[in-house]
Every structure is written in structure tokens, then in C-alpha cells.
Write a protein that binds this ligand. Structure first.
Ligand SMILES: O=C(O)CCC(=O)C(=O)O
Length: 308
């Protein structure tokens, strides 16, 4: 089995623009996944990490103990979860709370993730989520007109960082035609021991398995798609990457991560973008149509707007 392709962003001949070379672009089309090493430098990773830790301190006291688990859908019924579609909130690890919802571990070790609009609402996350390098990767994988829909900072805490079941991101963000792309940035070295990402190269070609959407009664539910694709788990590859690497994957790329049972965390920052040229589903859980919500930003339009 050919390992997932690894590449670096390169300057074009006139050195004005960043880009992915044609081999990397072809590998992404074939596998639905690509690793871009040295995408973000150590300083930027440290800034994101420090800001995530500050946000936990600020946001945790206002939040109900909201546990996120892809194994069940409790979070879907939770008003707090929904309020973070265009806001920011903290979600706790299942194993961090006792039956009464009290923390069993220090707060800094208890949070599963932050979500879902730090890229628009927090200045540090905003700065590191936009710019020509992001745009170059998006264009290289065929997303010329990206709109950023959500961001998550995932802590994968030492000892208790929970498992993420095999899923496709197009399940949670639907466009016609399908256009979602996931950008997964390693804030720390990620390897099999601390729960790195794993995925099934090539299996994105089999189509979508499930759709998470708002039903007419207003409730978010998972619906199976027919015919239901069967994934070949023999194709599973663990995507161990050093800090600063970006794993970019197609919305239909099946991926997962195992629990982190080591004493070492595995922080990651993820962004999901869709094409502005597609129809964004009205029953997606994230909507920005309220009068108080800013529209989705692109990787570079926000940057040019703030530069004036
Ligand atoms: O970081 C992880 O463990 C899982 C992340 C993920 O599934 C995603 O970004 O879509």
C-alpha cells in the first residue's frame, strides 16, 4: 500500500505565489488526503496553543458540562452545542466528569475541544486561520473559492482523550455538489501512541455514508444514505505527523482517531471550508443567516478587508 503523499508548499517560479506541485495535487485527487509538512512554524503553533488554553479558562465557567462524543448524539440535542455554531464554547471529555457532572481532573486536562467559530471571533485564531498559504493549499486541492464554516481546537488529553469514530466530514457539512474540505493542523507531534489521525486513502470515491441534518421538527439527527458504502478497513493508514504539519482531506475521506492513553497530549487545530460556488444546505447544523451573524469568511478576503 502506497503511503499517503507528503509535500511542502512551494513558491511559484516568480516567487510571488505559494502553491502545491502537480504530483501533490494528483495524489490528493487519487487518495482524498495529502500531508503538507512545515505548514505552520513552531511560534505560530505555540501562539494557538496558548490562546486555546486562555479560551478554556474564560469559557469553561459559563458552560454547562457538555460532553462531545461521536458515538452518540447527546450533544446534538444540547442547546449549548448549537449556540457554538457561530460562537465559541468548550466541550468536556466524557471521562473527565463524574455522574453529577463534576470535574474529576483539573480543568486544563478536562476539555475535549473548543468550537466552532474561533477563526472568526478570536483575534489570534483569526490571524492564523487566514492568508495566502491557506488559500494556496485550498486551490491546490481544487477549492478555489473557499468559505470557512467551522474551526475546532482538539486537545486529545493525556490519558483520557476520547476516540473519534470513523466518519466523513461531509456528513456534518453538506453542499450541492459536495465541496467540504478538512484542514487538520498538528499543534504537537501526533503519532499512534497519542491518538494521531488515521484514514482510508481512496475510499472517499465510494460516496457518503450518513448525513447529519436538521429535520423538519427542528431536531438534528444522523440519517443513513442508500446505498450505504462499505469501507475497506484494510486500507487504514495512521497519519503520524510532526508539529506544524497540515493534513488536508476531502469531505468524503473516512477518518478516525483512537483514544490517547499516553501521558502526552496531542493538540490539533482544524478548519472546514466549502466552495462559495455550491449550494450550502439549509438543514446543515451551522447556519450564518441570523441578523447578528457575520457571513462566512474566505482564507484571503478577510485578510484583505482588515488590511484595507
Ligand atoms: O483530531 C481528531 O482526533 C479527529 C478530528 C476530526 O475528525 C476532524 O477534524 O474531522
Amino acid at each position: 500500500m502506497k503511503p499517503v503523499h507528503r509535500t511542502h508548499l512551494r513558491r511559484s517560479n516568480n516567487a510571488l505565489r505559494w502553491g502545491l506541485d502537480t504530483e501533490a495535487q494528483a495524489a490528493y485527487q487519487q487518495d482524498g488526503v495529502l500531508i503538507v509538512e512545515d505548514f505552520l512554524d513552531a511560534q505560530a503553533c505555540a501562539e494557538l496553543r496558548a490562546q486555546a488554553e486562555r479560551l478554556v479558562e474564560v469559557l469553561a465557567p459559563q458552560s454547562p458540562a457538555t460532553v462531545f462524543s461521536t458515538r452518540d448524539q447527546r450533544h446534538a440535542r444540547d442547546a449549548y452545542f448549537e449556540s457554538t455554531a457561530a460562537g465559541m464554547g468548550v466541550f468536556f471529555e466524557e471521562e473527565a466528569l463524574d455522574a453529577q457532572g463534576q470535574l474529576k481532573v483539573p480543568l486544563s486536562r478536562a476539555v475535549n475541544k473548543l468550537g466552532h467559530a474561533m477563526h472568526d471571533l478570536d483575534p489570534v485564531f483569526q490571524r492564523h486561520s487566514h492568508g495566502p498559504r491557506w488559500q494556496a493549499v485550498a486551490e491546490g486541492v481544487g477549492l478555489a473559492d473557499p468559505l470557512l464554516v467551522q474551526s475546532m481546537y482538539i486537545f486529545k488529553q493525556p490519558g483520557i482523550g476520547g476516540e473519534v469514530n470513523c466518519h466523513q466530514d461531509a456528513t456534518f457539512l453538506s453542499t450541492q455538489p459536495q465541496s467540504v474540505v478538512g484542514f487538520w493542523l498538528a499543534i504537537e507531534d501526533a503519532h499512534q501512541g497519542n491518538g494521531c489521525l488515521g484514514g482510508l486513502p481512496g475510499e472517499h470515491a465510494k460516496g457518503l455514508k450518513e448525513l447529519f441534518r436538521r429535520d423538519p421538527d427542528g431536531v438534528l439527527r444522523l440519517h443513513p444514505i442508500h446505498p450505504r458504502p462499505e469501507w475497506d478497513m484494510q486500507r487504514l493508514q495512521w497519519l503520524a505527523v510532526p508539529r506544524g504539519s497540515l493534513i488536508v482531506f476531502h469531505g468524503l475521506f473516512p477518518h478516525l482517531s483512537l483514544a490517547n492513553r499516553l501521558a502526552q497530549s496531542r493538540h490539533a487545530y482544524t478548519l472546514h471550508a466549502v466552495s462559495a460556488g455550491t449550494t450550502y444546505a439549509k438543514d446543515n447544523w451551522i447556519q450564518r443567516d441570523g441578523p447578528q451573524n457575520a457571513p462566512f469568511s474566505g482564507f484571503i478576503d478577510l485578510e484583505s478587508a482588515t488590511r484595507g
